[in-house]
Design a protein around this ligand. Structure first.
Ligand SMILES: C=CC1=C(C)c2cc3[nH]c(cc4nc(cc5[nH]c(cc1n2)c(C)c5CCC(=O)O)C(CCC(=O)O)=C4C)c(C)c3C=C
Ligand SMILES: [Fe+2]
Length: 528
């Protein structure tokens, strides 16, 4: 039994033949239960402590799924990371395989097959006028702000309110980076290069871009996929690490689109939920860091400062988002790779870009920079780690705000690693990831009602989505921002509701003649 590698794919007969087969035998896809060690060694302790580890629900869902999916392949898998780290982590990464248990059968591509790759990304406002509607789309997403079900009718009014409130600050940021987000341009270029790379590897495919919050919207990409008659689709979120708020949100949207559509239900497809462990990605990141370190006078003394986009703490602690664990493992893998190159710099991971008053993942980037400055760190290399394109948070937040903060904090030498963008070895590795996942694209059983309810064939996305939620609630619960009870987020939101009530009272106090406070003598008339 062979693990599908790029080598197999590139050894496929040329496309002129009537059909070609990815050259590997079908793996047995029954998912054996994971051993507790396999899970615990692959994750940070917090996820493992005393956990009941049996099904793939109680810890890192994406990894569990992948681990479960690939555990039967482990012994023969081509190591994707160093042997040492593979041993330590017990499993390799691959596609989140869109498969039912029974039927990873022939991975055969026929000449009639039309392969598509759907790149999922966030999207960004292209002009300053786009900023508020873009923010509206973002905040209207229940994976970004989730209200309790009985208040879900308030989602759009709330999104309108928050987006209008946030827009001036956001607009200022986008104005300072040239009047809009570069995300569409860069993602289009990545799509173009990926298509070329796939062709060079003898896998002709069309690559589509589907953005979550701005053009080209995922719905538009899907329409094009249908028009083009794609028969096998690889869904590839452009986020190396999985978060409920990013890849999860896009997958949830896809799931709802697929469920409604006869064509899509029948189309074979597979999903790669996260790919930060891939050797190609780890090496590409390490190359960038190694190169940038050389621009410092004393490279060995530079603090490598990984800065990841944050998520609210409740995502990780209450909803089981694997984001933090994946991020930490990703950083470990990069540092291991650098170690093999004899680069043994000190390093830190912190989280940036928090929005609103709730607690986000810590340590915060800004506070950490100040602390490191106080501790006497003189040289720092910032490494944006959660995203593969330049965007507002690299170009403005890191390059301007954090740089300024670092210099004020006593750090004398500052550098920043560029985002991967269209870096050829990275794109080539993405192409390999697509090729490796193709054999697992499977058809949904249209007749099955259950199949219609999940994005990928029966079981897999359900497992992925359900696994977000450690309490196994009916719906994965990304961020319940307000519920009755004593969770941290509930407390925060109860507090906010109270604040809102006070603000409303004050508002009516100063705008209406018969105000309550004045009648009670709490506010003097001069304040009106
Ligand atoms: C892995 C990356 C990202 C995570 C995780 C993420 C979570 C997340 N983001 C917000 C709120 C905002 N994000 C905004 C922009 C933005 N976010 C990401 C990536 C992640 N977000 C990117 C790449 C971008 C920039 C896109 C671009 O146009 O360049 C914004 C808008 C900008 C701003 O006003 O700061 C907001 C708002 C939340 C609430 C969240 C997790 C719940
Ligand atoms: Fe964001």
């Amino acid at each position: 039994m062979n693990f599908p590698t790029p080598t197999h794919a590139t050894s496929s007969p040329s496309t002129s033949s009537s059909s070609y087969t990815l050259n590997h035998a079908s793996p047995n896809f029954n998912r054996p239960p994971l051993s507790p060690q396999a899970i615990c060694t692959s994750q940070k302790k917090s996820l493992c402590s005393g956990a009941h580890v049996e099904a793939s629900v109680n810890s890192n869902p994406v990894k569990n799924y992948i681990a479960a999916s690939f555990s039967s392949l482990r012994s023969e898998a081509k190591p994707l990371v160093s042997k040492q780290s593979l041993k330590k982590r017990m499993f390799s990464v691959g596609a989140l395989v869109a498969r039912t248990d029974q039927d990873v059968s022939d991975a055969t591509l026929t000449s009639d097959d039309k392969i598509g790759v759907l790149l999922l990304n966030l999207g960004g406002p292209e002009t300053l006028e786009d900023v508020q509607p873009f923010l509206f789309n973002l905040f209207a997403d229940p994976d970004i702000i989730r209200l309790p079900r009985i208040f879900s009718f308030l989602q759009k009014p709330l999104a309108q309110f928050v987006s209008v409130l946030r827009a001036p600050k956001s607009r200022e940021g986008y104005a300072s980076i040239g009047g809009g987000s570069p995300l569409r341009r860069i993602t289009d270029a990545q799509a173009e290069d990926l298509k070329k790379s796939l062709l060079e590897k003898n896998v002709p495919a069309e690559v589509y871009v589907g953005m979550r919050y701005w053009h080209p919207f995922t719905e538009e990409a899907i329409e094009q996929i249908k028009k083009d008659g794609v028969t096998k689709l690889v869904v590839l979120p452009l986020y190396p690490q999985f978060s409920i708020s990013t890849s999860g949100s896009s997958l949830r949207l896809l799931e709802s689109i697929f469920r409604e559509d006869e064509y899509l239900v029948n189309m074979q497809h597979t999903v790669l939920p996260s790919w930060y462990q891939r050797e190609g990605y780890i090496k590409a990141m390490s190359n960038l860091i190694e190169k940038e370190l050389k621009s410092f006078d004393c490279p060995k003394e530079v603090m490598i400062f990984f800065s990841a986009h944050g998520v609210p703490l409740a995502y990780v602690e209450e909803a089981g988002d694997p984001y933090k664990a994946e991020m930490e493992e990703c950083v470990d893998l990069i540092m291991e790779e650098l170690e093999t190159r004899k680069i043994r710099n000190p390093f830190t991971l912190a989280y940036q870009s928090r929005v609103g008053p709730v607690e986000w993942l810590k340590p915060y980037t800004d506070e950490t920079i100040v602390e490191l400055g106080k501790k006497g760190v003189k040289s720092m290399l910032a490494v944006p780690i959660s995203f593969v394109s330049e965007h507002i948070e690299t170009l403005e937040e890191i390059d301007v705000e954090y740089k300024e903060l670092a210099l004020e904090s006593g750090i004398e030498n500052w550098g920043r690693v560029p985002a991967l963008g269209c870096e050829p070895s990275f794109i080539s590795d993405l192409a390999d990831a697509v090729i490796e996942s193709l054999p697992y694209a499977g058809a949904m059983a249209v007749s099955s009602l259950e199949a219609r309810q999940s994005l990928v064939p029966l079981g897999s996305v359900q497992e992925l989505l359900a696994a977000y939620d450690s309490q196994n609630r009916e719906l994965p619960s990304p961020v319940i921002v307000w519920e009755w009870g004593l969770t941290k987020s509930a407390e925060t939101w109860n507090g906010r509701a109270a604040m809102l009530a006070v603000l409303l009272l004050l508002f009516f106090e100063v705008t209406t003649p018969d105000s309550v406070f004045h009648q009670w003598g709490i506010l003097s008339p001069s304040l009106r």
